[in-house]
Design a protein around this ligand. Structure first.
Ligand SMILES: Cc1cc2nc3c(=O)[nH]c(=O)nc-3n(C[C@H](O)[C@H](O)[C@H](O)COP(=O)(O)OP(=O)(O)OC[C@H]3O[C@@H](n4cnc5c(N)ncnc54)[C@H](O)[C@@H]3O)c2cc1C
Length: 481
């Protein structure tokens, strides 16, 4: 049934202002952070409780309407792109922190709570500033904890703190028929028994159901830090230095790399005094027990020097550290200074292949006449080539998609995988069979069908579907059908 016919019923379920249908308002919901894929939903709804989600989902099920779960829409793989005559269910008004239990180091939150909102709230409690929600995607001021779980988000400190699924103890999810599933251990002592359902749901990108509440770990914050900035005149030297730090058995809290183009962008925006001959910058953080830090810092600095670093600066100063990380986290925003539009790719490769992958990315950029810059989680081997293009020039859009596909295929060819943290969404869907064999793809499809037999929640994304076809590389952009 057309969504227009059920709008009065939707409005009865939701509080005032909880249903958007005005085209000007829907414009914002045409895409997520992967702005190449665009489609306008019939409506966007904003439930404020699990009961409202259940009522909405049951109504949409009865009328065979496709549902797209959405948090803050910062996703970079098109997981939130709408279906024609589909409804987006946004969790941003389900943003209450229900409890913070410092003794058991667990917080109970609604899915629309923003990532940093939780750590900020914990810090207001006596003793709470020693704890935080550890996953730290660079979008963390905006992205929701439900979205972080759905995409299994990583971040700058994933190298040591791991991805979101390691911090989700339990969750509540509304299935496509309105059933409410509660799984995991709200109490804080989660140890998977039969199947690790929270682990399976984390990373399912909204294709299993709508996560409404979560129980998440509050991890202790490290108190001692050292920051090491290595500037290199050659990208390959920087990659080899990163690889060696990990190979010798060290575990920095973070190891981020910016290529020469990106160093210039950051320098122009923040004026750190990075030299113009910098072809790569490696920002490393060591954390842990204070008396051990100087030794580890000197070890990292020594490795950087052995790999021909032009300069190595070390610091124990909290203000310098904060400034450097602010610059790193603002890197994506700073790209707005040099390009109308950009598309951030995401793949994971063996660290020993980083230099070859960056070189190939450069070649592919030249082949397609595209400017590509790189800022990425080098310690994890998680590359983020950023394609700069003009959204108004369709040939540049198509070149971006084609070049991105070549980059991803190369990453897979050298032993890597399709995504390090952003997910598959619609963007990388067509490459899933390139990475996985037929038997594995069939198992993935069976798991999706076990949660959503009617294929009505974000169907056709993440895992290709026979019923819902998604095409991306055609002119005219992607629209799920
Ligand atoms: C500037 C910038 C920097 C970024 N940096 C990082 C980074 O460092 N690491 C990283 O991992 N990602 C990063 N991202 C990507 C993005 O922020 C993450 O994927 C984030 O976890 C998405 O959260 P969200 O609330 O915005 O989710 P959305 O974008 O709204 O949704 C993302 C996906 O999750 C699903 N979803 C959302 N909420 C729910 C729910 N409650 N139940 C079921 N499914 C749901 C959606 O259907 C969609 O498929 C970055 C994005 C930007 C724009």
């Amino acid at each position: 049934m057309p969504v227009a016919d059920i709008l009065p019923e939707l409005r009865k379920i939701l509080p005032a202002g909880g249903v958007l249908t005005d085209p000007a308002e829907l414009f914002v919901y045409e895409s997520d952070g992967f702005t190449i894929a665009k489609a306008r939903p019939a409506a966007v709804v904003f439930p404020t409780s699990t009961d409202e989600v259940v009522a909405v989902v049951k109504l949409l099920a009865a009328n065979d309407v496709q549902i797209v779960p959405r948090g803050s829409g910062t996703g970079l793989a098109g997981g939130c792109v709408a279906f024609e005559n589909g409804v987006i269910v946004a969790t941003t008004r389900m943003n209450r922190i229900l409890s913070i239990d410092l003794e058991n180091r667990v917080a109970h939150v609604e899915a629309g709570v923003r990532n940093t909102q939780l750590s900020e709230a914990a810090a207001l409690l006596p003793g709470g500033s020693a704890f935080h929600f550890a996953p730290d995607p660079s979008s963390q001021r905006a992205s929701t904890i439900g979205g972080n779980a759905a995409t299994n988000a990583g971040g700058i400190h994933t190298l040591k703190d791991f991805v979101s699924s390691n911090h989700v103890l339990g969750l509540e999810m509304v299935l496509a028929d309105g059933q409410v599933l509660q799984t995991g251990a709200p109490g804080g002592a989660y140890e998977p028994t039969a199947f690790d359902l929270p682990g399976l749901i984390c990373g399912s990108e909204g294709t299993f159901g709508i996560i409404t509440r979560l129980w998440v770990r509050l991890a202790p914050k490290a108190s001692g830090f050292r920051t090491i900035v290595g500037i290199f005149g050659d990208t390959a030297d920087a990659c080899e230095a990163v690889s060696e730090v990990i190979a010798v058995g060290m575990l920095p809290a973070a190891m981020e790399m910016l290529d020469g183009r990106m160093v210039k962008v950051i320098e122009d925006a923040f004026h750190f005094g990075f030299p113009p001959e910098a072809q790569a910058l490696v920002l490393t953080e060591i954390d842990g027990i204070e008396p051990l830090l100087d030794g580890q810092m000197n070890d990292v600095a020594g490795i950087f020097r052995r790999h021909c670093a032009l300069s190595v600066e070390v610091s124990a100063d909290a203000a310098t550290r904060a400034k450097l990380w602010k610059a790193r986290k603002s890197a994506f925003g700073a790209i707005g200074r040099i390009s109308n539009s950009y598309c951030t790719q995401d793949a994971c490769v063996p660290r020993s292949m980083l230099a070859a992958v960056l070189a190939r990315i450069g070649e592919i950029g030249r082949e397609y006449g595209l400017d590509i810059t790189n800022v990425f989680h080098a310690g994890d081997g998680n590359v983020h080539p950023i394609f700069l293009y003009d959204d108004k020039d369709e040939s540049q859009v198509q070149n971006t998609l084609a070049a991105a596909e070549k980059v991803l295929q190369y990453c897979i060819d050298v032993g890597g995988t399709l995504t390090g943290e952003h997910g598959v969404g619609v963007e990388k869907l067509h490459l899933m069979p390139y990475l996985f064999d037929q038997a594995t793809m069939r198992q993935f499809q069976s798991v999706k069908i076990a949660f959503d037999p009617g294929e009505r929640i974000n169907a056709g994304k993440l895992i290709p579907s026979e019923k819902i076809k998604v095409t991306l590389l055609k002119p005219g952009r992607h629209v799920p059908q």
